[in-house]
Structures are given as structure tokens and as C-alpha cells.
Design a protein around this ligand. Structure first.
Ligand code: FDA
Length: 393
């Protein structure tokens, strides 16, 4: 039987951060993970360069049934606190776009930072651990693995969500919450590509690889970013962002030319080049493969610009500024970056991340019902919620 002050389940961003902070307070901390390495999602995040935070992060960038819950943690451990830690380790980084900070070299730099902070704080880590049961009696949690039983005063659940099951994702965090009587909100894949209806697939899979800047809109939420046609459906940052707001059955409204007044452009082209074909004019502002596809499926009809009546120009403009797709679904947890829903934040203290019904039990990171937009916000939530729990556990 091993005795610890704190056991953290999950050696991802949130769990390691909670462990480091608790270790700094002199707590004897053990992190358990089912995988072979720590920080596996960090390593593959941001295309291997980890978008570790966002300089504009605020509570407005998160989805949760209680949108106020994340405010306290985000204001106590901010993006600037994490940036200053990154600077302390002299990790080179840059802003890619929209406040998103990425490592210049590799996401490994962030994992090495966490590993070094764990060493300094005396945090122990045990990998490839299969926890078969967790129980609570006489003020102690008891965790059983095939090799041994461990006890701890505080248990931090940092098991993450369900995305990327091949990287060790499990529903264990949700099961533990339910075991201790906490409500778990329905979960679904988010920041995920959307898939075609069969009829659209037959039409659009031929133009997979075509990308363009758009605005994507669903349920009155709009994201301006790039969109990518794929063999399976639509992807790219605009689609990943809107996927968190899109529900099965909803339409997706795409403005294919968000930065242009297409009517004005076509009228100008008509005056300057009356013999020019519509296809050629549209090819100046849209990817040619997309224009050809739109002609092929008769969304637009090719003709010389001089033949276009004012009304036709208005119709073409309306269609391309408000293109409607009806996705079939999402690619699911296989490719999703995050999981929406999870442990109900009403069950937790926003100051400490401790369960109101179970003293000593904490939840941090993605396992709970706080989900960030694309762009470094999910790691910032992991750092902020982990940091907060680490002050109390
Ligand atoms: P995380 O999932 O990181 O860690 C949970 C840990 O618990 C894992 O190590 C898992 O193995 C372990 N575990 C699970 N069940 C267990 C069990 N039963 N027993 C023991 N251990 C168990 N975000 C962002 O801000 N910027 C970015 O660039 C990206 N990029 C990105 C790319 C890809 C491909 C994905 C899938 C996700 C992202 N994200 C992201 C999202 C981000 O990775 C995610 O929100 C955080 O990693 C969540 O951190 P957590 O520590 O909460 O969970």
C-alpha cells in the first residue's frame, strides 16, 4: 500500500499543471496515466508545434452550460502567466494568426517544460497504469491497479475527453464523476470536420483539397476563417470552429466571398470586359476548381457578362454569399480536437475545482463541461483549471 497526499489521474496538460502546483506547495504528488508517455496530445497538437495559448483568451471563448464558471480560473492564471513561463524556459514562439501562439520548433518544448517543472516540484509519474477501481473511506481515496493499491487525501481527475481514442482517451473521468454522484452532461465531438450527405459527396469530393477564406454560420454564430473541401466533407478552421455550434439536422451557411461585394465586382467587370465569361470573372476571386464545379452542378450558368441582367447578378451574388450546405454529421471522436459537455460545472467550485458533493475530489481540464474555441483556448483552460486545483488539492 502506497500513501500519497495527492494523486492525479491523467498526465495531460491539466493534470501535469495541477500536479506541479500541488508539488510546489510541498504536497507529495503522484500522476498516473494509462499511456506510455506524458503529454501525448500536447505532442501532436498544433501540427506538432502546439498552439499553447491565445493572447486574447477570455471567458467569451468558451462553451459551457454555465458560461461564468471559467471566469475565475482564467483570471487567476492567465495566458500572460503561461507565456511568462514559456519565456522563462526560453522556448521560441510566434503568433500565427488571431492571437494564437505556437512554438517555433516543436511541441516537445512544452512537454519538456512540464517535465522539468514536475521534477523541480518533486512530482512522481507512473505510466501505463490501469486503474481498476477507486473508492473513498475514512477521508482517503483508494486506487487499485493490478500491481498495488494506493491511497491519497486529494484525487484530481484530469482524464480529458473522448477525442482520439487511439491516444488513450477513455470515459473514466465521467465514470468517476457519476460514481461520486456528480451529474455529467451529454458529450459530443467538437472542433471536428463535418461530413457530406451522400449526394453532396458525389458532387464535391472531386474538389477535395480546394481551400478558401469564408465565413461559416450556424445557429447565429459566425466564424471568419479558411474552409477546406475534403473527400469526406468540409474541414479547415472555419468549419472546426462552427462544428461546436452546429447540431445534426442544422444547415450551414457559407459566405464564399466574405471580403467582396460580388454584385459590385460583377457590375464593374461587366463594364470593363463585357465579352468576358462569368466563369473567368469568378475565377479571379474564387478557386477555379470550385467555379467549375458550381457551373457543372448548375448553381450558376456560364454566359458572357454583357448578357447578365441586374437581377441575375443579384441572384448569383446572393447564392455565393449565402451558400447552404446540410452536413450529414461529423467525423466523430476519431478526428475531433475536443469533447463538448462532460462533468457539470454546477457540481464544482469555480474557485478550487473541487466537487461540492465530495471533499478532496477535483476535476480539471477537458473532462468538465468547459470547451474552448479553436486557437489555443483549450490548453489555456487546462493550464488555468489545473493551476487553480493545484492551489487547494
Ligand atoms: P488530455 O486529453 O490532454 O489528457 C488526459 C490524459 O488522461 C491522457 O494522457 C490520457 O491518456 C489519460 N487518461 C485517460 N483515461 C485514463 C485512465 N482511465 N487512466 C489513466 N489515464 C487516463 N488545444 C489547444 O489549445 N491548442 C492546440 O493546438 C490543440 N491542438 C489539438 C490537436 C489535436 C489533434 C487534438 C486531439 C487536440 C488539440 N487540442 C488543442 C485540444 C487539447 O489537446 C485538449 O483540450 C487538452 O489536451 C486537454 O487537456 P487535458 O489535460 O484535460 O486532457
Amino acid at each position: 500500500m502506497q500513501q500519497w497526499d495527492v494523486i492525479v489521474i491523467g498526465a495531460g496538460a491539466a493534470g501535469l499543471f495541477a500536479a506541479i502546483e500541488a508539488g510546489k506547495r510541498g504536497r507529495r504528488v503522484l500522476v498516473l496515466d494509462n499511456g506510455k508517455k506524458i503529454g501525448r496530445k500536447i505532442l501532436m497538437s498544433g501540427g506538432g508545434r502546439c498552439n499553447f495559448t491565445n493572447i486574447y483568451a477570455s471567458h467569451q471563448n468558451y462553451l459551457s452550460q454555465n458560461p461564468h464558471f471559467c471566469k475565475s480560473a482564467l483570471s487567476r492564471y492567465t495566458q500572460w502567466d503561461f507565456i511568462s513561463l514559456v519565456q522563462q524556459y526560453q522556448i521560441p514562439y510566434h503568433e500565427k494568426t488571431l492571437g494564437q501562439l505556437f512554438c517555433d520548433d516543436s511541441a516537445k518544448d512544452i512537454v519538456e517544460l512540464l517535465s522539468s517543472e514536475c521534477r523541480k516540484a518533486g512530482v512522481q509519474i507512473a505510466l501505463q497504469q490501469q486503474i481498476s477501481s477507486v473508492s473513498y473511506s475514512n477521508g482517503l481515496f483508494q486506487l487499485v491497479t493490478p500491481e498495488l493499491t494506493r491511497t491519497c487525501q486529494s484525487l484530481v481527475v484530469a482524464c480529458g475527453g473522448l477525442s482520439l481514442p487511439n491516444l488513450g482517451a477513455t470515459a473514466f473521468g465521467y465514470q468517476l464523476a457519476e460514481q461520486f454522484g456528480l451529474n455529467v452532461l451529454p458529450v459530443r465531438a467538437a472542433l471536428v470536420p463535418l461530413t457530406w450527405q451522400p449526394a453532396d459527396k458525389a458532387v464535391f469530393e472531386e474538389i477535395s483539397g480546394v481551400a478558401l477564406p469564408v465565413t461559416a454560420e450556424a445557429n447565429d454564430v459566425v466564424f471568419p476563417e479558411d474552409m477546406l473541401f475534403t473527400h469526406r466533407g468540409l474541414s479547415g478552421p472555419a468549419i472546426l470552429q462552427i462544428s461546436s455550434f452546429w447540431q445534426p439536422g442544422d444547415e450551414l451557411l457559407i459566405n464564399l466571398l466574405p471580403q467582396l461585394d460580388l454584385s459590385a465586382f460583377l457590375q464593374e467587370q461587366q463594364q470593363k470586359h463585357p465579352d468576358q465569361e462569368l466563369k473567368t470573372a469568378l475565377g479571379k476571386v474564387l478557386p477555379k476548381r470550385l467555379v467549375e464545379k458550381l457551373l457543372e452542378i448548375k448553381v450558376i450558368n456560364n454566359q458572357p457578362l454583357k448578357a447578365l441582367q441586374h437581377k441575375s447578378i443579384a441572384n448569383i451574388s446572393q447564392t455565393l454569399h449565402h451558400y447552404v450546405f446540410k452536413p450529414n454529421g461529423t467525423e466523430g471522436y476519431r478526428t475531433a480536437e475536443v469533447t463538448l459537455g462532460g462533468v457539470d460545472t454546477n457540481e464544482l467550485s469555480s474557485k478550487t475545482m473541487e466537487a461540492k458533493k465530495q471533499p478532496g475530489l477535483y476535476f480539471v481540464g477537458e473532462v468538465m463541461d468547459v470547451t474552448g474555441w479553436l486557437g489555443g483556448y483549450n490548453f489555456q483552460w487546462a493550464w488555468s483549471s489545473g493551476w487553480v486545483a493545484g492551489q487547494y488539492c
